[in-house]
Design a protein around this ligand. Sequence first.
Ligand code: GUN
Length: 300
Amino acid sequence: MGATIIDGKKSAERVRAQVAGHVERLKSVHGITPGLAVVLVGEDPASQVYVRSKGKMTVEVGMKSIEHRLEASTGETDLLALISRLNADPEIHGILVQLPLPDHLDEDLVINAIDPVKDVDGFHILNVGLLGTGQKSMVPCTPLGCLMMLREHHGELSGLNAVVIGRSNIVGKPMAQLLLGDSCTVTIAHSRTRDLPDVVRRADIVVAAVGRPQMVPGDWIKPGATVIDVGINRIDAPEKGDGRTRLVGDVDFASAAAVAGAITPVPGGVGPMTIACLLANTVIACCRANGLAEPEGLTA
Ligand code: GUN
């Protein structure tokens, strides 16, 4: 195995330590405690795990964490009323509505009801437009975490060929915008892309965000490329015993690590950075709301 393993846990610890320092300063100098509200509708088990983890980390960096858990049958009017209250609450600086929402709720409508300044996910249409035009915005957490790791491990990204596999609004599209912002030559590949292996083989940077376990094998990877694996897929692991499972990424780690220059593991790669960036976005939102200088190095 030749690749450097990019330690997302360590990078996330560094980001969280920086965030904690800014939170401490906001409290002691300005008397402000940044607050993050997370809204979970329904009982999706994976979402419950994420929300619990977000709440715990929020408290650990000294911020206020508010959780609203609503029944799966919650109507749009009630959810919009809650968002409206959170928008108006001066103690709440960041609002995150966990996705996916139950089918009867219109995700676009709900997300666009969040005050764009409190939209720590960066999913509001205004933030999407600001990012797309290179203006100051809230940057979606997962792609922001990927960009931070790429800058840290690859250094200057300008002029490199980057291939993003996946075209979701949450990861693929904003990731492509961020890489373009760092002057990469960007290709967005997806399920209809022709000759995907050859497209990926041209990439100095590969970001895999498709949600298909181990779909990118090592022989698609250009020797020395940096590989960022966004996938978190649970698969059966009979080798661990009956009924046991394990997490794998969208990249076949063993074969890719043999040729890549650097690669993120799953778990322990992108996942921890996503939450760290959510906390960073909350501090930034708090500073913006209060007309204070924004911390350096915590956003794109
Ligand atoms: N579901 C999966 N990823 C995310 C995310 O980054 N933000 C929200 N709100 N929901 C998600």
